[in-house]
Unconditional design. Sequence first.
Length: 193
Amino acid sequence: MCVDFAVAKYPVTVRLRDGKECTVRLLQSEDAPRLYEFLRAVPEEERLFIKPRLSARLVRQWCRQARPEENLTLVMLHGDRIIGEATLHQRPGGWKRHIGKVTVLTHPEYRGVDVAKLLVKELLEIAPHCGLERLEAELNGERTVAIRALYQLGFEQWARIPGYLRDMRFQPHDYVLLGIKLVTDEEYAVALG
């Protein structure tokens, strides 16, 4: 149901805080060159949670083998340029299958105009339709703009561990876990009586 909802809604047009009109849509296989260019522009410390090393091959594989029922990726485009990416990661089973994970990145030239906030807001609308009850986001402590955007959307800090993370150069970073409880369809039904 989650994938059907997402496919039916997108693409959508959004307006950034500075007035620029942008398009939000699902990641497509032909986005690989644009996505690679976008990811290379994002500072390495912010790409900390992308487990394998960034390569053009990895990005092509990511775009080609998109499985929205597990990793639903939205991109924001200004013209033909990807300026933001947000992914809703879902677990197909297990004891955390009701908890989704959100990752979000914003192009450095488009910071402070609500790119991350708008993308995560879209994921917040999609997540309950996927049967998710909570969302969490793992970030390093330096991601202050992303952390602030998540706070504005209702996320709360669930944990902060100083120096817990190590980047590719083995430099320490704080680990920050943010989370939000979602209102599910069942809760809407109960509230309406």
